[in-house]
Design a protein around this ligand. Sequence first.
Ligand code: CAA
Length: 258
Amino acid sequence: MAYQTLIVEIEDYVALIRLNRPEALNALNSALLAELGDALKAADANEKVRCIVITGSEKAFAAGADIKEMSDKSFVEMYTQSFFSAETETILATRKPIIAAVAGYALGGGCELAMMCDFIIAGDNAKFGQPEINLGVIAGMGGTQRLTRFVGKSKSMDMHLTGRFMDAAEAERSGLVSRVVPAAKLVQEAMAAAQKIAAKSQVSVMAAKEAVNVAYETTLAEGVRFERRTFYALFATEDQKEGMAAFLEKREPQFRDK
Ligand code: CAA
């Protein structure tokens, strides 16, 4: 499918989704968010896709929600149209893993989009921020909640109240990103990580994603119970038998997603 604001390629079981509004530093307007939702649904349904990478350009992952599109809106319009709501639900409902490959600016909704992905690999030129305070508003796609869970209250407050940016080194130190790589190699590194995931048993990948996400939703005791049940359940799969047999026979496993 041809998109106006995205470039989508599928290579070795990985869907690479590039946000592509260079004239606005990939600002997230309604058209882009709708296309991103469609692309994620298509990737989730496509058996040639086992992992997804979302990236931007070397200058900007995304500089936030589109300020031009929002500036004249009233409370009633934002509220009745549930601005951003359906699109964020689609991102969060994606069952296959999503890696955010972030170079350059990931600000406001751009930082929030990256945090809705399953993990973030940053280029060494990445800059994260929640600068909505400078516009007389606050984050609206989960930033106050997710950034606080990633980096703790003090740093999250600092980011949301001052609007300052965090560089890649600080983001890695604070637990916001899983690793930092040279910006010029970002997509290559993210694709390599995605291909590694794509080679695993898809059922255990989905189960791992679901179990880690439960950690954000429930108590420790409930989460551990959920994990244990899921772990036991995986013994009903052929991939568990294959994975453990391959280890014992000192060979690579041949997973069949069964
Ligand atoms: N919305 C719409 N257009 C944007 C944009 C945004 N969020 N960010 C950048 N652009 C546009 C600029 O208007 C400019 O367009 P024109 O050439 O037509 O003027 C173009 O992208 C290039 O931007 P700059 O000239 O500003 O580039 P720069 O290199 O000087 O600065 C920047 C880069 C620091 C990222 C700066 O563009 C900036 O501060 N952008 C806004 C960041 C921001 O406030 N994001 C939060 C948005 S609100 C939000 O996201 C709410 C939410 O939580 C959901």
